[in-house]
Design a protein around this ligand. Structure first.
Ligand code: SIN
Length: 560
């Protein structure tokens, strides 16, 4: 089995499948069932977006006031009508066990003086249920524990290898074509391949995601024609520090959970601080536009013991001359988390036999139109473990469960791809693409990011999406000419592939729902309570979410 990616989802799968290594190293990479387990990652094993997660892991572990039903209800409310209830039920029911397993593996979470786990509250949660480590350095600790467990297991680790494309033969995935650490193109063959490649924040110029978040798994799936869904729902985190550093330093939502306030340019409060993220980011974007400013304020001056509770955030603020006990902190929304991805069943199986997906690259249906804060590490743990168990149980190929049910039932309504991409054929060359085989990678990546930020940011419209579409199409024509010769080339190709898909789905969805806000369609509409599925160039709209039948092609055309 080959795991692509080394964040919480990939390593949760790998450690389950790889037996502990024997002292003499015999049996390296072979687990007790005869499965050879490998982890292929484009950087070092510990260098994944998981490390950047601050707030924590949401799971029902504490007091009487919480229940998995309440966690389920909060998740469904944040997801704005598009969550798959069965998937959310799996998430909230299995989450606590996975957290306890991680603790048994060595992860150390913050505790109260009496020894009970310390729980924080974040936006969209009706009670405190977020376990955290090092204040707001939870991802660092989760990744450390999983990397240690992986290094001590029988998993073979290929670091600095870059997966280029899925090998698809005889209707199933047989591994990947990859650039080795030494720069050779190599086929890495596997009976089971797990996409755990993380997110796509690098599609945007302003993001909290590390440079590695380049939509690699999503793009490989799209090129192989494997269905993906909900990619129009890029979540923007409201409180990224407004500062030139990239990725943008995150000011965890846990700060608002502890009482920090949002203030506009005049110092006035303007939104409920603990509303779901999409609501807060949208309110901020509107206020910034009204007041003609590019940042607002987070006021944490009244927080007791800021430095003791949030030591890593305090240190990074002080390093740039900000004192959170005295200064209001400049903030603006930044691209943070892609709620959609490669469509899976409840065991992480994709529509292509032999291919599995978990973590941010996947669309399990748990996030719907907007992820609830701190549900992402949890999703990686739960569904990474589930797919490992399914493989060990001999499963091969998808079952009609979760969001996969409607795909296998064939209830997708196709949409004309010309409608989905009204900019087709209008792409104009950008200065960074001079027509040579490989345009300047850094400049071209920057062009894609700037176009996406301008056209597909917190608030979009048909016109803004088309503007971005024209740039991305032109760049796509330029980068599509050569075989990637380096990781940087491959990442650029992936960003362009994913950007086209996000723009098309965002153009099709003519409403405002969750993290997808359209200024030209400002309300949620019942007829759009459905999932947009992309498979290669085709676009399907899936019913099955209780949406009334309606003429969506009419409203799509109106969005042009
Ligand atoms: C945060 O701490 O605000 C980020 C956590 C998350 O994205 O779930």
């Amino acid at each position: 089995m080959l795991v692509l990616g080394s964040g919480v989802a990939g390593l949760s799968a790998a450690v389950r499948l790889a037996a502990p290594m024997s002292p003499d190293g015999a049996g390296f990479g072979i687990d007790s069932n005869g499965l050879r387990v490998g982890v292929l990652t484009k950087a070092e094993l510990s260098q994944s977006a998981t490390r950047w997660a601050q707030g924590g892991v949401a799971a029902v572990l504490g007091g009487d006031e919480d229940s998995t039903d309440l966690h389920l209800a909060d998740t469904l409310a944040a997801g704005a009508g598009l969550c798959d209830t069965d998937a959310v039920r799996v998430l909230v029911d299995e989450g606590p066990t996975r957290v306890h397993e991680l603790i048994a593996m060595g992860a150390v979470f913050d505790r109260q003086p009496g020894g009970a786990l310390a729980l924080a509250r974040e936006g969209g949660h009706s009670t405190a249920r977020v376990v955290h480590a090092g204040g707001a350095a939870t991802g660092v600790e989760v990744e450390r524990a999983l990397v240690d467990a992986t290094r001590g297991s029988a998993a073979a680790v290929l670091e600095e290898w870059f997966a280029l494309d899925l090998l698809v033969e005889g209707g199933r995935c047989r591994g990947v074509r990859a650039l080795s650490a030494g720069g050779r193109i190599v086929e890495v063959r596997a009976t089971h391949t797990v996409l755990a490649t993380g997110g796509a924040g690098q599609l945007f110029a302003v993001t909290t995601n590390p440079a590695e978040a380049t939509a690699d798994g999503l793009a490989m799936a799209l090129r192989a024609g494997v269905p993906v869904a909900d990619v129009e729902f890029m979540q923007f985190h409201p409180t990224a520090l407004h500062h030139p550093a990239m990725p943008r330093p995150l000011l965890s939502e846990a700060l608002r959970g502890h009482g920090a306030l949002l203030r506009d340019a005049r110092g006035e409060r303007f939104v409920e601080e603990l509303a779901p993220r999409d609501v807060v980011s949208r309110a901020m974007a509107e206020r910034m536009q009204e007041q003609g400013v590019d940042s607002l304020w987070l006021d944490a001056t009244a927080l007791p013991s800021f430095d003791a509770r949030f030591p890593t955030i305090a240190a990074s603020l002080r390093a740039i001359g900000l004192d959170p006990s005295r200064d209001w902190l400049p903030i603006a929304p930044a691209a943070h988390y892609l709620s959609g991805g490669v469509l899976t069943d409840l065991s992480g199986a994709t529509a292509l036999a032999g291919l599995w997906a978990a973590g941010e690259v996947a669309c399990t249906g748990v996030h719907g139109a907007n992820r609830l804060a701190s549900n992402s590490l949890l999703e990686g743990m739960v569904f990474g473990a589930r797919l490992a168990e399914a493989i060990l149980a001999g499963r091969d190929g998808p079952s009609p469960t979760g969001v996969m049910g409607a795909v296998l039932a064939g209830t997708a309504v196709p949409v004309d791809s010309g409608v989905a991409a009204p900019w087709t054929g209008q792409g104009s060359m950008d200065p960074a693409t001079d027509g040579s085989t490989w345009p300047d990678v850094t400049k071209t990546r920057d062009c894609v990011q700037r176009a996406m930020t301008a056209g597909a940011g917190v608030v979009r419209s048909a016109d803004s999406l088309a503007g971005a579409g024209r740039v991305v199409e032109a760049i796509g024509a330029a980068v599509g000419r050569g075989t990637p010769e380096s990781r940087a080339h491959g990442e650029l190709v992936n960003l362009v592939t994913a950007a086209g898909s996000v723009l098309r789905s965002a153009t099709v969805r003519c409403e405002t729902r969750g993290a997808h806000a359209r200024s030209d369609h400002p309300d949620p509409l019942d007829r759009w309570r459905c999932r947009i599925v992309r498979s290669g160039d085709g676009v399907g709209i899936l019913d099955g979410l209780g949406a009334p039948e309606a003429d969506r092609s009419g409203s799509t055309a109106a969005g042009r």
